[in-house]
Design a protein around this ligand. Structure first.
Ligand SMILES: Cc1cn([C@H]2C[C@H](OP(=O)(O)O)[C@@H](CO)O2)c(=O)[nH]c1=O
Ligand SMILES: [Mg+2]
Length: 210
């Protein structure tokens, strides 16, 4: 965020720091659970181990293996219960809860729904209620376009986040995931995990800068 944009934002924002947390692959283990369900449902089809995943959309990499696989990939995450039953990324829930209690800081969940929204939309809310508690339901932003959302930091596994706004107001911290480890991130900071405590350094760093 430029100094000018930050100044403008601080004038209308009554919290010192607004953190936007992505859900899939930041809080919830989309990739790991996808692979488990895919192997259970299609045991005789080829699969891509997590160490070999590359690129954001799972279906794009499966399409390179065989023409019929993208539909099978979609069938897995469009299934009832997929989003509801996603396991937590290690340490994510306790980090989000700790962050949300920090002085002068507001945490919002900022997640994109699938276009096939039938289960995904409500199940994302169910996941939040179950793992983070009902109080968090007031801090949910579901949007296809994260660039138009206000906040100081967006922690998200997607290496490039595009949308209608060319210069989003937030700074993107790339959360490391199997699919993005070799992706070009245009000099953005990365966060490895929720367990080594480095997320607190990033928050403290931002508090000093704004
Ligand atoms: C199709 C697809 C979706 N997703 C996630 C990203 C979005 O959630 P989030 O914005 O919480 O990361 C959601 C809808 O696209 O599903 C993947 O992570 N990989 C995929 O291949
Ligand atoms: Mg994500």
């Amino acid at each position: 965020m430029s100094r000018r944009a930050r100044g403008r934002f601080s004038n209308f924002c009554n919290k010192d720091l607004i953190v936007l947390l992505d859900m899939d692959q930041v809080l919830a283990d989309f990739e790991g659970y996808f692979l488990k369900r895919y192997k259970e449902r299609f045991p005789n089809d080829p699969f891509i181990p997590l160490e070999e995943r590359k690129g954001f959309f799972i279906r794009d990499q499966y399409a390179k293996l065989r023409d019929d696989l993208p539909d099978k990939v979609r069938a897995v995450y469009n299934e009832e219960g997929f989003f509801r039953d996603l396991p937590e990324i290690e340490g994510a829930v306790s980090a989000a809860l700790e962050m949300s209690k920090m002085e002068g800081l507001e945490v919002f969940l900022c997640s994109s729904p699938l276009t096939e929204y039938q289960y995904c939309l409500t199940e994302k809310f169910e996941w939040i209620e179950k793992h983070l508690g009902p109080e968090f339901l007031d801090y949910v932003i579901l949007t296809k376009d994260k660039t138009v959302i206000n906040g100081h930091i967006l922690i998200d596994d997607r290496p490039r986040i595009k949308g209608s706004c060319k210069s989003p107001i937030w700074e993107h911290i790339v959360f490391n995931a199997c699919h993005n480890l070799t992706s070009e991130v245009d000099g953005k900071r990365r966060l490895n995990n929720w367990t080594d405590g480095k997320w607190r350094d990033i928050i403290e760093d931002f508090k000093k800068r704004i």
